[in-house]
Design a protein around this ligand. Structure first.
Ligand code: ARG
Length: 601
């Protein structure tokens, strides 16, 4: 559709020089394939939009075979005749080139996402940053950007003082791996009895004990000071706790198919740079004394009333100072065009302060730093927090998703080969799709029936449509099913494996039915959904487009027999070609969100 879009834009530009010519997609293929809303242009020339649409329809001659221009109220619609639409869309999807991909554009984008804290477990809230970030990585790469994937691990800060103090108080004498011979409370399930969970428990226990004995805080402070000053014992324990955490995090990242270019650039990495950061603030006259000897930066002149604290009264470093160092370092190390931070909405003020302060220090940063906030995940009962008892651990959610899918498979398709592996792929698909499909900013409520349902707006529904097409293609023969399978796809993270080139059948009359036409229309919407995902900084538009494609496939499948004995070979081949195109679009779209597309389920 890109070629047609360009011709249309050029024709419009010739008639309306200097106007904003943004094209839209009509609501349905009945109306057309592309729409030009005449509101702005009409206003500029003092006309009424409907009159302008009608004039343009009679004046413009596109010279594209099978394309007609139709005025519909204030819109000028370009509509392809059935055969032309089929040729255009199939041509794009069967060429073998990823559909809607961009050429390398030389722009470097950093995406920082996930960024969990050491010694805590992933909760369902971490799913959002991790998967929104992964989607942004995929979409930017696909569109031709050079992407750096970073994880700002929370591996430094006063909470490590707490952890060290807790370990020293209760666990040091136990044993070397924290779990051997440890008497777990009965309610802790077997799979949770890990070193990481032990650390997490110690941390929580210290917080609770501290409520009774506030002087325990001094012990925690002392340990953080030791860590900052490089005491060998503090450093050794820190390294160990960090390793314990990373190995468990890695297990979750593997299940989600997510990776990073390095895990070495967490908060601790910036510790040696903090003095220079404070010095730079001083040199620019930005560092002020705050309450109790704290050091602050006043940002009220740029409309931020809350001053940013960059050092505590006792001289301890603080989250914000490590963020200032991080931005500074990334400019030097990566000379990025844009750095996107996928961090929850509760840190909006913090990020505003960091960005404003960096722009004061160096105007180079203006327009290059983007915070992509997101809303909380709630359970039907209420908010979740690490401190309270009602936390939902991400791993439990992932396990339950796979178990629920396994039960459905057991009921519907007990003979499926490799059932457990398929259940895992569908389970992850369900959870990842649920995140992608929901608005980024609004809080979302996690309810199983909205996550898994095979007939709802879910990942498994889209995966099922894909598997069903693969099964039709298998029945049609090897040469057809080879067209939808891009070879091994064991890692979701590597680039999309290209599909083989597949010719567009000469006769496309089998695709004139309205159901085939509306499927073609939805397929054509994928490239713009991908562009929108980049603009909106979340893959929601892609998830929704996949649902639209899967739904219209179902209409096509019900109404247009594909392998029926009384079909002519031409009708059969054109419909199989549409199946191949649809399978490719679904697989590609799922890949961009970070979801696998099994061929059988
Ligand atoms: N570790 C932090 C948290 O869990 C998120 C870090 C976000 N990134 C940053 N550059 N501040 O809240």
């Amino acid at each position: 559709m890109d070629r047609i879009r360009k011709v249309f834009e050029r024709a419009l530009a010739a008639h309306l020089p200097g106007q904003d010519l943004a094209l839209e997609r009509p609501k349905s293929g009945e109306q057309g394939d592309l729409a030009f809303p005449c509101f702005h242009a009409a206003k500029a020339s003092g006309k009424n939009p409907a009159q302008m649409a009608a004039e343009l329809a009679s004046q413009i001659h596109l010279g594209i075979e099978g394309a007609q221009l139709i005025a519909a109220g204030p819109y000028l619609n370009l509509k392809l005749r059935p055969e032309a639409r089929a040729r255009e869309v199939l041509g794009g999807l069967l060429s073998g080139k990823p559909y809607g991909a961009g050429e390398p554009n030389g722009q470097k984008i950093i995406v920082e996402y996930s960024s969990p804290n050491i010694a805590k477990l992933f909760t369902i809230g971490h799913l959002r940053s991790t998967m929104i970030g992964h989607g942004l990585v995929q979409v930017h790469r696909f569109l031709g950007y050079d992407v750096v994937r970073l994880n700002h691990l929370g591996d430094w800060g006063t909470q490590f003082g707490t952890l060290l103090a807790a370990y020293k108080t209760w666990a040091e004498k136990e044993n070397s791996d924290l779990t051997k011979d440890f008497e777990w409370a009965e309610e802790i399930p077997e799979k949770r009895r890990t070193p990481l969970f032990r650390l997490f428990q110690l941390y929580v226990r210290f917080h609770d004990a501290e409520k009774e004995n506030p002087e325990m805080r001094d012990e925690a402070r002392k340990w953080f000071r030791e860590l900052e000053q490089g005491s060998a014992e503090a450093r050794r324990l820190w390294t160990w706790f960090r390793e314990i955490s990373l190995s468990e995090f890695q297990r979750i990242y593997d299940r989600l198919g997510v990776g990073f270019d390095t895990l070495e650039q967490g908060e601790a990495f910036y510790e040696p740079m903090l003095q220079a950061v404070l010095q730079r603030l001083t040199d620019h006259g930005l560092l002020k004394e705050g309450e109790g000897g704290a050091k602050i930066v006043d940002l009220s002149d740029v409309g931020i009333e809350t001053p940013m604290v960059v050092q505590k009264g006792d001289g301890a470093s603080i989250y914000a100072s490590r963020d200032l160092a991080q931005v500074t370092y990334r400019k030097e190390a990566y000379a990025f065009d844009r750095c996107i931070y996928v961090i929850g909405g509760e840190q909006i003020l913090h990020m505003k302060q960091i960005f404003a302060c960096m722009e004061k220090l160096d105007p180079w940063f203006k327009g290059r730093l983007t915070h992509t906030p997101f809303g909380l995940v709630r359970l039907p009962e209420g908010k979740m927090s690490t401190r309270k008892g009602n936390v939902i651990f991400l791993e439990d959610v992932l396990d339950e998703a796979a178990e629920r899918v396994a039960a459905i498979i057991q009921e519907k398709n007990p003979d499926l080969p490799d059932k457990a592996a398929v259940a895992e792929r569908l389970g992850m698909g369900a959870v990842i799709f649920f995140n992608a499909m929901n608005d980024r900013i609004k809080p979302i409520t996690f309810e199983w029936n909205r996550v898994i349902a095979l007939d709802g707006d879910t990942g498994p529904y889209v995966q099922y449509a894909h598997a069903r097409i693969c099964s039709v293609l298998r029945k049609a023969g090897d040469e057809w099913s080879a067209m939808a399978a891009p070879g091994p796809h064991d890692s979701r993270e590597t680039a999309l494996v290209p599909f083989p080139e597949c010719g567009v059948p000469a006769d496309l009359k089998g695709l004139e039915a309205p159901e085939a036409q509306s499927l073609l229309f939805e397929l054509a919407g994928l490239p713009s959904a991908i562009r929108v995902a980049r603009e909106q900084l979340m893959a929601t538009s892609i998830a929704r487009q996949l649902l639209a494609i899967a739904r219209s496939f179902s209409g096509f499948y019900t109404n247009c027999p594909i392998l029926a004995a009384d079909n002519s070979p031409e009708v059969r081949d054109s419909r199989l070609a549409l199946c191949v195109a649809t399978a490719r679009a679904l697989r590609q779209g799922l890949f961009l969100i970070g979801i696998e597309a099994p061929e059988e389920m």
